[in-house]
Design a protein around this ligand. Structure first.
Ligand code: MG
Length: 274
């Protein structure tokens, strides 16, 4: 038994050594980039809880992070839409946004009149909030649609009274100096953990009456829509996205550990072509 255990352990050790050792038969690819170290972030303890670097927009206590927040009702850890839109005091560009919402019970109204609200990225691009549980409307106006531009891939809405989550990845549009569009806004949305929008390129702003178009802008607030329905919100947080910065120290190359020789990738590719 001891012998067998020793043999197994030895075998695993040999495998581990081979896996860790530089491969002498092949060259190693090296990017030539010197990267800064990704910062450590402590994830939330439970699903949907904010990670350590999140900016909390609503944690159930008050809406002090929002303009007009005092107009909505905050009770039992939940904020209910009333009378007006609310707008975050802070502005954001590229971000990850987590929002939880619940449609009113009992469900009243039909189509766009049932549990309508909205999450506006950068104050002008609406990700629709609607009670789309057994409630038909135009598809690019249902929950998790970019309003009037793109329906969600699936309808993942839960019944009124239950809580929906939106996990949003937002890439702000980029503009040239002359004000023209360089790259559109992109949005990815997980609705209750289900992918509904996959890196969708927005055509521009999303109002009911206007043709979608872009006008140059910088960072802007998030706003939540009052559409006359007492939709409820909780647990809203956002993370600003900062890509890791790298410095190119040299062009990509292959390093041969046996000979110590470096070969630029462009030379390898040239050789392959010829
Ligand atoms: Mg709406």
């Amino acid at each position: 038994m001891v012998k067998k255990l020793f043999a197994t352990t030895s075998f695993l050790l040999v495998v581990a050594l081979f896996a860790a050792a530089p491969c002498t038969a092949q060259s190693e690819y090296l990017s030539g980039m010197k990267w800064e170290e990704p910062p450590v972030v402590t994830p939330g303890k439970t699903c949907g809880a904010p990670p350590s670097d999140a900016i909390i927009l609503f944690d159930g206590k008050d809406l002090s992070a929002w303009e007009n927040g005092d107009k909505w009702i905050v009770k039992d850890g939940v904020a209910t839409v009333k009378d007006t839109d609310i707008t975050s005091k802070q502005s954001f560009g590229d971000c990850q946004l987590h929002v939880e919402w619940s449609a009113p019970t009992p469900a009243t109204g039909t189509s766009q009149g049932r549990g309508n609200s909205g999450v506006f990225l950068m104050d002008r691009y609406e990700l629709q909030v609607l009670d789309s549980y057994q409630n038909k409307t135009y598809f690019d106006g249902q929950a998790s649609a970019i309003y009037k531009q793109m329906p969600p891939m699936v309808n993942a809405t839960v019944p009124p009274g239950e809580w929906n989550t939106y996990d949003i990845v937002w890439n702000a549009p980029k503009f040239k100096d002359d004000g023209s569009l360089e790259t559109p806004a992109y949005i990815t949305v997980l609705h209750n953990g289900v992918l509904t929008l996959n890196h969708f390129a927005l055509e521009g702003i999303t109002p009911f009456t206007e043709i979608p178009h872009y006008e140059k802008h910088g960072k802007a607030p998030i706003h939540l829509q009052n559409h006359g329905n007492p939709v409820r919100y909780r647990n809203i947080w956002v993370r600003e996205l900062k890509p890791i910065v790298g410095v190119r120290e040299r062009e990509p190359y292959l390093h041969d550990h046996a000979t110590g020789k470096d070969t630029p990738v462009k030379d390898v590719l040239k050789e392959k072509k010829s």
